[in-house]
Design a protein around this ligand. Structure first.
Ligand code: SDX
Length: 383
């Protein structure tokens, strides 16, 4: 029996033009700037939905009825609290650790307290996904309060995901406006096709490793400034610029040096990132309400300059550009911004991991070998 000759391999650096999976969760039209979760436009979801409802939509591929949403919300809230022993572990982390390093470590540690950590199958994985999503806010808030020498605040199961996080972070229940601002950010970051961290999670899951390991892979991948770390870099840039009158020179100097302006450009969007569209209106409102309008005005000036200078290259604001001002305005510390991204994207990562298992094939691309051949082994004495 002859073995079929495989098709000639394609070298697609960065996989920009390669499809490696099918998904029913989010659809992106990069040319038109469209993002849908299970076919529903992101703008409608940002205006009308909640993070909990969007997670249900992504994981069940349909909007919940009221009883379904109540039951799902109840399950989430029942798992807000960390397993006993995790707070001791939080207190063992160096206070000056980078929050994303701490989060990667703590999510990994959660698996040590989960008897189902290596359990296979859709039901155990769905339970693990729910627990990780429910407990991540407590990990982030707990580490932040510990590093500041404050007591760790227990979760409040009467509060939404967004409100509960801010309660645990600040020790005070947030206003409805601030809670809604975070809820919208969580909606907008929940899933986004096969971005680098989601792809990384799928690679891990394709080996039939466990869901905790896949999420840890994703967190490490998200941390990079070309990906989820960009929102922190946007705020660093705004602080470096300092005032509206310095924006033009700063941006033009960086462009002249071929430096990237963080929060702009996207591998897929060659139009305005639809998440940035909504975040922009939110950033204006929240920054005005909290005395941070100068940040928003600087951002708008950067946007205008970039539109003049590089829009022709399809470089527009992405989700990170206005999320930075929004997070800062609701009192989130700069080095927690990417943790906010992770807190939301666990929904997408877990959903993609479960999809990967539905029709799994080990993800193992090739590499073009460009080194030498037929080299002799030379004894060390003769080298
Ligand atoms: C996220 O993939 C996802 O879905 C990710 C994400 C998600 O939800 O998961 O949407 C979240 O990661 C958003 C992106 C956040 N990253 C940043 O904001 C970092 C800054 N952006 C870039 O580094 C860049 O735009 C990337 C990495 C996002 C995409 O880069 P590509 O597709 O690899 O494109 P490229 O680097 O080849 O750039 C093409 C051209 C280059 O110019 P030329 O050499 O052709 O003259 O565009 C220029 C680049 O110099 N360019 C920029 C730029 N981004 C690209 N120039 C100035 N500023 C920028 N930000």
């Amino acid at each position: 029996m002859s073995i079929a000759t495989p098709p000639a391999p394609i070298f697609d650096k960065g996989l920009a033009n390669t499809i490696v999976a099918e998904t029913q969760m989010s659809f992106i039209d990069g040319g038109k700037g469209v993002l849908e979760y299970v076919g529903i436009d992101i703008d409608s979801l940002a205006r009308k939905s909640t993070f909990e409802e969007c997670v249900y939509l992504l994981w069940n591929r349909k909007l919940p009825t009221t009883p379904e949403l109540n039951s799902f919300t109840e399950s989430l809230r029942a798992h807000y609290a960390l397993p006993p022993g995790m707070t001791d572990l939080i207190r063992s982390i160096p206070r000056d650790a980078t929050p994303m390093h701490a989060l990667r470590t703590l999510i990994s540690a959660l698996s040590l307290f989960d008897p189902e950590a290596d359990a296979e199958g859709e039901e155990p994985n769905a339970r693990k996904a729910l627990r990780m999503l429910a407990q991540t806010p407590a990990l982030i808030a707990g580490f932040d309060r510990y590093r500041k020498g404050k007591s760790i605040v227990e979760p409040d199961p009467t509060l939404s995901m967004a409100s509960n996080f801010l309660w645990m972070l600040n020790g005070a229940v947030p206003t409805a406006a601030v809670a809604r601002a975070l809820d919208v950010c969580l909606i907008l970051h929940a899933d986004h096709g096969l971005n680098a961290s989601t792809f990384a999670a799928r690679v891990t899951m394709s080996t039939l490793s466990d869901l905790y390991s896949a999420i840890v892979t994703a967190i490490g991948t998200l941390k990079g400034p070309l990906h989820g770390g960009a929102n922190e870099e946007v705020m660093v840039m705004l602080k470096e610029i300092g005032s509206l009158d310095r924006v033009e020179d700063y941006v033009m100097e960086r462009l002249a040096r071929k430096d990237r302006i963080m929060g702009f450009g996207h591998r897929v969007y060659k139009a305005f990132d639809p998440r940035a569209t909504y975040l922009k209106t939110f950033a204006r409102q929240v920054s005005a309400d909290t005395g941070n309008l100068a940040l928003y005005e600087m951002s708008r000036r950067i946007e205008d300059i970039m539109a003049r200078e590089v829009a022709a290259k399809g470089i527009y604001p992405n989700v990170d550009f206005y999320s930075a001002t929004t997070y800062h305005s609701i009192g989130i510390d700069l080095d927690l911004f990417t943790c906010m991204f992770a807190m939301s994207r666990i929904a997408g990562w877990a959903g993609h991991c479960l999809e990967q298992l539905e029709g799994n094939r080990l993800i193992r691309p090739g590499a073009a070998y460009i080194g030498p051949h037929a080299q002799p082994y030379i004894d060390i004495a003769n080298r």
